[in-house]
Every structure is written in structure tokens, then in C-alpha cells.
Write a protein that binds this ligand. Structure first.
Ligand SMILES: *[C@@H]1O[C@H](CO)[C@@H](O)[C@H](O)[C@H]1NC(C)=O
Ligand SMILES: *[C@@H]1O[C@H](CO)[C@@H](O)[C@H](O)[C@H]1NC(C)=O
Ligand SMILES: *[C@@H]1O[C@H](CO)[C@@H](O)[C@H](O)[C@H]1NC(C)=O
Ligand SMILES: *[C@@H]1O[C@H](CO)[C@@H](O)[C@H](O)[C@H]1NC(C)=O
Ligand SMILES: *[C@@H]1O[C@H](CO)[C@@H](O)[C@H](O)[C@H]1NC(C)=O
Ligand SMILES: *[C@@H]1O[C@H](CO)[C@@H](O)[C@H](O)[C@H]1NC(C)=O
Length: 608
């Protein structure tokens, strides 16, 4: 009905790597964010659940467009680093990669709220750091999985001035939510529409926050457009199977239930393909028949409908900020925990994969100094959000952050030009779940390490699975990731197009490329702090290699192809078991042992 976004999303996958498109700024502001003055900005974060970028869900949210995309910056290369709710959220709130939180699942022993607590994060996460620098903090909605009727008070969540959480096992029941406010007992809202109950709570906190006259951070985290889910008890104690979880399409509010009658999942080239692709369990999926497709299109429409109540929250929040005359001093962030697929690669509704549909997620920011209508091409991830919020609030960046502040204002964009990395470290451990009605199953051994790499002349996804399988997709030529180059002859050529007119296209072998990608994953899989944001420094301590382009120099062939260990697993595990994850030692390149470095000025071998 509002398919205005299509061009943006098409651009997002079309690998058209131009520098940031910038339109003129709105009226400038004097207050410098983070200056510590009384004008420190407020931050409102709207965090949805399982919202896609690649099936155009944003195109059906007119208020998100009007208030956020048109008034702010849209980060079209924003990624979650692990495509599952709880691990992704813990990573987001702590600023650490999942291998450094070791909260890798939705339930104990490897994840969930109890694991968040036992890892010490209830004492060390963003809301606490914001309170430490004088912010009032508020939260309503879903926090983590396994934050439940039985775990919510052992201990209570720390760090919030005011909180009202959705609790398991009812988090995903749109018509039977349980909310738990501050230190009070949970309250059941049987028969009420969850997102509307949550909206009222959010507006209440907003009024509280304004009345306090302190800068505030408010998170509004509805469960839409997640599937509607009923759990059996043993789901939560690590005995989960497809039989202990019942997923049905999300339930829209009554007033939205008849919208978008004609909407269907976009039939992109990767949708329900004639030939299977991917690796592991994905390569065994059957093509979906018409009955299945019809059901999934209905599922898709219900997601769009369930998002309408969220869209209304966006409008109401902006309206309230305007009435209180604080809109100009408030940043509004909009994102989701992970993406979603329906039918692409023959997948039933779900997430948990490394494909773009699951990892490339919406991020939109408006606020003081933020360029209006800007579409950013910089590569950002959820691990960057905690540092970003802290920076805007005037706090200090912590040494254990695995991400870096995302440029938000035009000034910050200018400062970040050419400094930002080109990689996203993707991780996953354990299961994938087929939601919806067909092909209902839990797939194990969905344990892999992935790498998204987006440079001027390349756009790649590389993965190594616990099964020993690998994937390499060249998104420049194959934006829908349907052709796994890893399975082709590694002696064949890989061509990098010229980045400027007049420059020649460059040719190397797949083998040369793969050796670099693998070494980068070797660094990233156990990286901490700076080695996560500047992984090439680990491989090249001399500091003369900053990206894949630099690392492809022919003088490094021997180092990458023969001296470095390759990423591999000893076996598939359901969590982060170090001993099963193969070699960890990464060698550093040294110029003194550089026998091949003298090969003239030839930067690239010319094979074709
Ligand atoms: C709704 O949730 C409450 C617990 O909060 C539970 O007692 C009740 O049985 C649920 N109702 C339905 C219809 O599932
Ligand atoms: C998990 O919970 C179910 C239901 O309460 C119980 O039957 C089962 O034994 C539990 N399993 C484990 C491993 O604790
Ligand atoms: C379509 O596929 C589903 C899922 O595999 C299967 O259960 C159903 O019987 C199929 N229907 C038809 C008409 O073939
Ligand atoms: C792979 O490609 C190389 C170079 O084109 C060729 O020499 C070799 O025979 C090929 N190997 C196979 C198994 O096709
Ligand atoms: C999963 O991996 C384990 C260990 O690597 C193996 O024993 C098991 O057979 C695999 N399961 C499936 C379903 O492939
Ligand atoms: C992660 O947590 C699991 C479960 O407690 C534990 O077995 C594992 O050793 C931890 N991994 C690391 C690397 O600490």
C-alpha cells in the first residue's frame, strides 16, 4: 500500500557502493551532543522484534517514513551480528560480540536472562552506565528471552529508573501478555492487545521522564512483528524441540486486521528457487508448494499488520515530544534485534541464518544535528549501538567495547570519513527453527562463523560451518546469495571491478581471496575490543594493511595461503565451547620474513 521504500531496499542489495548520499541539513543547533551541559539530549530507542529490511516491512510504516526516514538518517548497511533475539540483544546492550558475552542462545545453559545475570552483565550494561552519568533510564517491552514469571526477581533487572517488562512464557502472546513493572509482581493482560498495552506504558514513562527534568533514555521494545508463540515448560530448560514451541502468525490489532489484502512476500530471484542453495540443512529444503506459499504470504501480511500498532507508537511519541517542546533535543533510534526470512532460499519463516535477510536490519536515527533524508552506506552493527548511545549522552567509551560509535550527526560523519571498518563479524551457535505451519522443525548444527565485507570494489559474505562446509557469496554479482562460489574451482579467477574510471579491473584466484577472508575470520572469532574493530592490525602489526584491498597484495600470498591456520571446528556444539572451535592462534605478518615482498611493484597478480 505504501511501497515507497522499494528503491532504497533494492539499492541496499544492489551493491552500488557510492559514498553517502547527502541532502541538505535542516536548521542547525547550538547544543553539542555529549557536551555535558544541561542540554544533553534525550534518547528514545524503538526496538522491534524480528523485523525484516529485505521484505520491505518499512514500506508499510508511513509514520516511520514521515517522522524518522524523512527527518533522519537511514543506515542501509546496518547488521546484527547474531541473528537470534536474546544473544543479539545482550550484544547490543553490552557493546560486546557474542563470543565475548557468551550469551549465545535464548535459554540456559547457553543463553537467556539467567545467563545474562550469571555472566555479570546485570551490573555492567548500558542502562547502568547511562545512570552513572546522570541519565534517567526507562524500558518497556521485551528485554531478553527466559526473563520470565519465574526468573524476573532472581535477581530483578538493574539499571532502570522505571521499567515494565514483557515476561516469558507470554512475551509473544499478542493477546495474553504478562507485564512486570519495577519491583512489582507480574500482571496478566489477558484479552488486551499487547502492543497497545505497551504503548500506554511507554507514554507513561515519557511523561515521568519529562517531569523529572533530567536527560532520559527510554526504550520501547514491542514484540511485533515476531510470531505469536506458546511454549511448553521444557522449552526453557534446554530440552527445547519443535514440539515444545507452537508458533502461529503474529496477531494484528482488530483495527488493522484487514489491511494489505494484496501484499505478498517480494518474489526476488532468491525466493523459493528451483534449485536449492546454501549449505547444511538449508541445501536439503524442499521447494515450497502453493499451499505453503499461500500460508506464508498470509503470515507476511499479518507481520505488516502487527507492525501498524508500532507505527502508531512512532507517531504518538513524536507528537508528545513536540507538545513538550523537546523534539529538537531528542534522538530517536529505530531498529530491531534481528532480521527475518520467508521463502528466500526455500526457508520457512524464521531467522538464525547468515543470509542478508536475517542479518541486515533497519537502523534509522533522527535528532539534533542528524542529516535529514540521508541514506548512509557506512557499515555498522548492533555492537556499535552501546558506544553510540554513550557518546551521545556524553559518556566515556569503555575499553571492553567490541564496537565503535556510529556517526550520527553530520559533524560525526565528516570525522568518520574513511575511518570506519568494512567488516561485520557474524556468529551463530546451535539451532534454527522453522516457524509457521509447514516444515515445522528445529535444525541443529546451525553453528557457523560468518564475515560480511563491504568495500569499494567488493561486497562479500563468507562463512565456515561446524560441519566443515563453507560459503562464499559475491553480492556484487549475486545480491540474493544464490550461488555459492566456494563450491567452484578455487583456481578460477575472481574479478574486482575498477573503483574509478580509468583504473583496470583486477583479477586474482578464489584461493587467494579465500585465504584472506579465512584469516580475517581467524582474528574475529576470538577478537576483543580493538582487534574486533581493527582486525587487520592483528595480521599486519606494521599498520600498513587496512582492508581486504590492501591485504590482497601478492607479497602476502605465501603468508595467507601457507603460514596461517584455517578456521575449522572439531565438532558441532550448541554453544560456545572453545575446545571444539579449532585453532585460535593467529600469526602476524612480518616484513623481515617477507621473501616474496620484493616482487616488483606488482600489487596484484594478473591471471586473466
Ligand atoms: C494468560 O496468562 C496467564 C498467566 O499470566 C495464564 O494464567 C492464563 O491461563 C493465560 N490465558 C490463556 C488464554 O492462555
Ligand atoms: C524440563 O522441564 C520439563 C517440564 O517441567 C521436565 O519434564 C524435564 O525433565 C526438564 N528437563 C530438564 C533437562 O531439566
Ligand atoms: C504442500 O507442502 C506441505 C509441506 O511440505 C505438505 O504438508 C502438503 O501436503 C503439500 N500440499 C500439497 C497440496 O501438495
Ligand atoms: C581448476 O582450474 C584450473 C585453472 O583454470 C585448472 O587448471 C584445473 O584443471 C581446474 N581443476 C578442476 C578440478 O577442474
Ligand atoms: C551434528 O554434528 C554432530 C557433531 O559434529 C554430529 O555428530 C551429528 O550427526 C550432526 N547432526 C546432524 C543432524 O547433522
Ligand atoms: C560459555 O558458556 C558455556 C555454558 O556455561 C560454557 O560451557 C563454555 O565453556 C563457555 N565458553 C567460554 C568460551 O567461556
Amino acid at each position: 500500500m505504501w511501497p515507497w521504500l522499494l528503491p532504497i531496499v533494492v539499492a541496499a542489495v544492489a551493491a552500488n557502493l557510492e559514498s553517502d548520499v547527502q541532502r541538505p541539513l535542516g536548521p542547525g543547533r547550538d547544543s553539542v551532543p555529549g557536551s555535558g551541559s544541561e542540554s544533553r539530549p534525550n534518547i528514545i530507542f524503538i526496538l522491534t522484534d524480528d523485523q525484516d529490511l529485505h521484505m520491505n516491512s518499512l514500506a508499510y510504516m508511513p509514520y516511520v517514513k514521515k517522522h524518522l526516514i524523512d527527518e533522519g538518517t537511514f543506515y542501509q548497511r546496518h547488521y546484527c551480528t547474531i541473528a537470534l533475539c536474546c544473544p543479539s540483544r545482550v550484544s547490543l546492550w553490552t557493546g560486546r560480540a557474542s563470543h565475548n558475552t557468551n550469551v549465545t542462545d535464548v535459554n540456559p545453559p547457553y543463553g537467556g536472562y539467567p545467563k545474562f545475570v550469571s555472566q555479570g552483565f546485570n551490573e555492567a550494561w548500558l542502562p547502568i552506565w547511562l545512570q552513572d552519568i546522570g541519565y534517567n533510564t526507562y524500558y518497556t517491552g521485551k528485554l531478553f528471552n527466559a526473563h520470565s514469571l519465574s526468573t524476573y526477581d532472581s535477581p530483578f533487572v538493574k539499571g532502570f529508573t522505571g521499567s515494565d517488562f514483557l515476561l516469558d512464557p507470554h512475551t509473544y502472546e499478542y493477546l495474553n501478555a504478562s507485564f512486570q513493572r519495577n519491583r512489582e509482581p507480574p500482571v496478566s493482560h489477558e484479552g488486551e492487545y499487547s502492543t497497545d498495552v505497551l504503548a500506554d506504558k511507554a507514554f507513561g514513562f515519557l511523561e515521568d521522564a519529562v517531569a523529572e527534568q533530567k536527560p532520559f533514555f527510554l526504550t520501547i521494545a514491542p514484540n511485533a512483528p515476531h510470531s505469536n508463540v506458546k511454549f511448553q515448560e521444557d522449552w526453557f530448560n534446554g530440552s527445547g524441540s519443535a514440539h515444545t514451541i507452537f508458533t502461529t502468525p503474529p496477531i494484528p490489532a482488530q483495527r488493522h486486521k484487514d489491511l494489505f489484502q494484496d501484499a505478498v512476500v517480494p518474489r526476488t530471484p532468491g525466493f523459493n528457487p528451483d534449485e536449492p542453495h546454501g549449505v547444511s540443512w538449508i541445501s536439503d529444503l524442499p521447494q515450497q508448494n502453493q499451499t505453503n506459499l499461500d500460508f506464508n504470504d498470509g503470515f507476511y501480511r499479518d507481520r505488516l499488520r502487527a507492525l501498524q500498532a508500532v507505527d502508531e507508537i512512532v507517531d504518538a511519541v513524536v507528537d508528545r515530544l513536540t507538545k513538550h517542546d523537546i523534539l529538537d533535543n531528542t534522538y530517536i533510534f529505530y531498529s530491531t534485534d534481528n532480521g527475518y526470512h520467508i521463502g528466500q532460499h526455500r526457508l520457512q519463516p524464521g531467522k538464525e541464518c547468515g543470509f542478508e535477510e536475517d542479518i541486515n536490519v533497519p537502523l534509522i536515527v533522527r535528532g539534533p544535528g542528524v542529516a535529514k533524508g540521508r541514506v548512509s552506506e557506512i557499515v555498522t552493527s548492533h555492537t556499535d549501538l552501546a558506544p553510540t548511545f554513550l557518546t551521545l549522552a556524553g559518556g566515556e567509551i569503555r575499553p571492553d567495547f567490541d564496537g565503535v560509535t556510529i556517526p550520527v550527526t553530520s559533524e560525526q560523519f565528516d570525522a568518520a570519513a574513511g575511518v570506519r571498518g568494512e567488516h561485520v563479524n557474524i556468529e551463530y551457535w546451535g539451532f534454527a527453527l522453522a516457524e509457521g505451519q509447514y516444515g515445522k522443525a528445529m535444525y541443529w548444527n546451525n553453528t557457523y562463523k560468518g564475515l560480511r565485507l563491504i568495500g569499494k570494489t567488493y561486497n562479500l559474505y563468507y562463512s565456515v560451518w561446524c560441519s566443515g562446509e563453507h560459503e562464499l557469496y559475491d553480492l556484487t554479482r549475486d545480491p540474493y546469495e544464490t550461488h555459492n562460489l566456494y563450491t567452484t574451482n578455487h583456481s578460477s579467477a575472481f574479478t574486482f571491478p575498477s573503483s574509478t574510471p580509468g583504473e583496470r579491473a583486477r583479477h586474482i584466484t578464489l584461493q587467494q581471496l579465500l585465504s584472506r577472508l579465512d584469516s580475517l575470520v581467524m582474528v574475529l572469532k576470538t577478537c576483543k575490543a580493538r582487534s574486533c574493530t581493527h582486525p587487520w592490525e592483528v595480521l599486519h602489526p606494521a599498520g600498513d594493511v587496512h582492508d581486504l584491498h590492501d591485504a590482497l597484495g601478492v607479497r602476502y600470498d605465501d603468508f595467507y595461503q601457507f603460514r596461517q591456520e584455517r578456521v575449522r571446528y572439531e565438532k558441532c556444539e550448541k554453544g560456545y565451547i572453545l575446545e571444539s572451535e579449532g585453532p585460535r592462534h593467529v600469526k602476524a605478518y612480518s616484513h623481515s620474513t617477507d621473501e616474496i615482498g620484493i616482487r616488483g611493484g606488482a600489487q596484484w597478480s594478473e591471471l586473466v
